[in-house]
Design a protein. Structure first.
Length: 158
């Protein structure tokens, strides 16, 4: 049903990027809480706090997926830049992009949203539901891995 868009981030004019922030996250599940806190502080600084609920839900799902599915099993014992998860927030004219980088080359897979009794597996369905678009693209070079991103359209006064 939900096929991730294997494409780069939406075209961003460098002149349109008004703000950008990123943070490295540790390879443990309390990193989701740290990602939410970072998102709250960043959105408040950018006077976008009114969008926190939707954006935070998407950030939580993207970070959880990266921690659960993309890190090597020993990532918590020997963390390094190549195996870490990193959250990026970029504010552009009329939109906000949330991007999570992880070391895996695996394609994000959205599970069937019809199974309401499942305790997990609905993360990308939520990302698709709460963001205006989302996708992923592989990284090249020394870092490798991929970036999974979600885009939010902003109102003209935001």
């Amino acid at each position: 049903m939900l096929e991730p868009l294997r494409q780069g981030l939406p075209p961003l004019d460098p002149d349109a990027v008004s703000n950008a922030a990123s943070c490295a996250l540790p390879a443990r599940y309390d990193a989701v809480r740290e990602a939410r806190r970072f998102t709250r502080l960043t959105l408040d600084q950018w006077t976008l706090g009114n969008r926190f609920d939707d954006i935070c839900l998407v950030v939580s799902e993207l970070v959880t997926n990266a921690l659960r599915h993309a890190l090597p099993e020993d990532a918590g014992r020997c963390p390094d830049e190549a195996s870490s998860v990193r959250l990026h927030l970029m504010r552009c004219t009329g939109r906000l992009v949330c991007a999570v980088r992880d070391p895996s080359h695996d394609t994000p897979v959205a599970r069937d949203s019809d199974d309401c009794s499942a305790e997990s597996g609905r993360g990308l369905f939520l990302v698709d539901s709460f963001s205006d678009s989302w996708g992923w693209h592989p990284l090249a070079g020394t870092l490798g891995g991929k970036v999974v991103w979600a885009l939010f359209r902003l109102q003209p006064d935001e």
